[in-house]
Design a protein around this ligand. Structure first.
Ligand code: C2O
Ligand code: CU
Length: 486
């Protein structure tokens, strides 16, 4: 299992050096005395991503054929996009796919026009066309990128990658691992099954696959050295599968959720739960002895537990005898703290799906029976009674810029829904009327059957933003809406 690291296409250094040289040149010719005090110029990191058809070997069996996928720059997952907090990021997207696409940088707080939502924030990027995304990076953290058009198929065929914004002072670790986790539906030969938007997937738990990969390959042993400290960044890029990982013999400390720092703590209930779209950063001190094999077991679905990965302690001398004595806590991101006293409370009710008993819904401004909606449009999910028809509908909420909001979200279905808000981060305050430890910042909050969660945030980023379920088949089946900040 190797980390798909690549160098940026335009070297960040060459780019910034030339800028610096320009500035020095200006100072030299005008003389320091007449120069205004310039703010430090942010460095720009430039990447080029080219989504196109590719062949990738997903199956570990050496005899297995390569799979036809859609990939960013020929890789699944796409190249790791890396920059540092405070820098500016530029991503030139050249569409080599046979279909239109866009790029959404999931979790980043960026200007609305850079959010990559077709028709809502930009026109779709046509075949053979190019679009340049460029924005500042206020927050450090583990984020990811994926198209935001026909996501069931585009993400399902392999289009996604890690986007990592490094802290100005990262915590001391011996090694960093990035795991982009995916779940594919393939046939015996390893070919992707093309039954995207299958009605059963839309109305039930989404497109659950039968091949789980980490960084684009079937799982293998992960060699480690006894005593070493690893920072593990995990990203769930699957369309629908939830992971619930238990780390045998280790005491993983959660240091960030959805990219944002949280007070280091052991995973609640001893399991790291990762729904589609979500990220977790862990600190792992390798506590085994040389030769030990420590399993990571996925036990999210009761009838389907399996060994997700195994940390194999190499038979050499431990790196140290007791765990590294260095702080794990990350510096907070500059997020606006919601004012709970003045916050306006808004309710969001999730209904629909198989076994949900929903009878009718609003669709394009009309009340229709669910039966008809399903037969004619394959919509079966609603938020506050409305099934979404696309990305451009009337906002469900108009939020006042700078004001704090508290959303009380209730899942009245028998399915899991990781609900994702664009352009903002929110605090998760309450889960089933109990305060959530650490009230973590997130961009995607998981609601299991009958759950009620309360989140709060400052609506400080102007524009029209999506709020939707990150089970991509659920979003396709109506579970999304738009909120406008003005
Ligand atoms: Cu990860 Cu609306 O997206
Ligand atoms: Cu859902």
């Amino acid at each position: 299992m190797t980390e798909p690291e690549t160098k940026p296409k335009t070297g960040p250094n060459s780019f910034s050096t030339s800028r610096r040289r320009l500035l020095q040149g200006a100072a030299a010719s005008f003389g320091a005395a007449v120069l205004p005090v310039l703010p430090a110029m942010a460095e720009t990191r430039s990447y080029a991503l080219a989504p196109a058809a590719a062949k990738v070997k997903l199956l570990a069996n050496p005899k297995a054929q390569a799979t036809d996928v859609w990939a960013f720059s020929g890789q699944v997952p796409g190249p790791v996009v890396r920059a540092r907090q405070g820098e500016r990021l530029q991503i030139a997207l050249g569409n080599g796919l046979p279909v239109e696409t866009t790029l959404h940088c999931h979790g980043l707080r960026l200007p609305n026009a850079m959010d990559g939502v077709p028709d809502l924030t930009q026109a779709p990027i046509k075949q053979g066309e190019k679009f340049i995304y460029e924005f500042d990076l206020p927050d450090a953290g583990t984020f990811w990128y994926h198209p935001h058009i026909q996501t069931v198929e585009q993400v399902g065929r392999g289009l996604h990658g890690a986007l990592i914004v490094e802290e100005k002072t990262p915590p001391k670790v011996d090694r960093e691992l990035v795991w982009v986790i995916d779940d594919w539906r393939v046939d015996d030969s390893g070919a992707i099954s093309d039954d995207f938007h299958h009605p059963h997937d839309i109305s039930h738990g989404g497109r659950i696959g039968n091949l789980i990969t980490v960084n684009g390959a079937e799982l293998e042993d992960v060699p480690v050295q006894a005593g070493e400290r690893i920072r593990l960044r995990m990203i769930n890029a699957a369309n629908a599968r939830v992971f619930g990982l238990r780390f045998e013999g280790l005491d993983p400390q959660v240091i960030a959720i959805d990219g944002h720092p949280v007070a280091p703590h052991a995973a609640l209930g001893g399991r790291v739960v990762l729904g589609p779209g979500q990220r977790i950063d862990l600190i792992l001190d390798m506590a085994g002895k040389p030769g030990d094999r420590l399993a990571v077991v996925d036990e999210y679905y009761e009838r389907f537990t399996y060994t997700f990965a195994t940390f194999v302690h190499e038979p050499r001398k431990p790196l140290r005898q007791s765990p590294l004595d260095a702080p794990m806590a990350l510096a907070p991101n500059p997020l606006p703290e919601p004012d709970l006293a003045s916050a306006e409370t808004q309710e969001i009710l999730i209904e629909g799906g198989a076994m949900g008993g929903l009878r009718e819904a609003m669709f394009k401004g009309e009340k229709v029976s669910l039966r008809k909606l399903w037969r004619q449009h394959r919509k079966v999910w609603v938020l506050n009674g409305i099934a979404s028809s696309g990305f451009t509908e009337d906002p469900m909420f108009r939020l006042k810029r700078g004001k704090s909001y508290r959303w009380r979200i209730r899942n009245d279905t028998v399915w899991d829904h990781p609900m994702h808000l664009h352009g903002h981060a929110f605090r998760i305050l309450m889960h089933n009327n109990k305060p959530v430890p650490h009230a973590p910042w997130s961009d995607t909050v998981m609601l299991h059957t009958d759950d009620v969660v309360e989140i709060a945030f400052v609506a400080d980023n102007p524009g029209k933003w999506l709020f939707h379920c990150h089970v991509l088949e659920h979003h396709h089946g109506g579970m999304g809406t738009v909120v406008e900040v003005a």
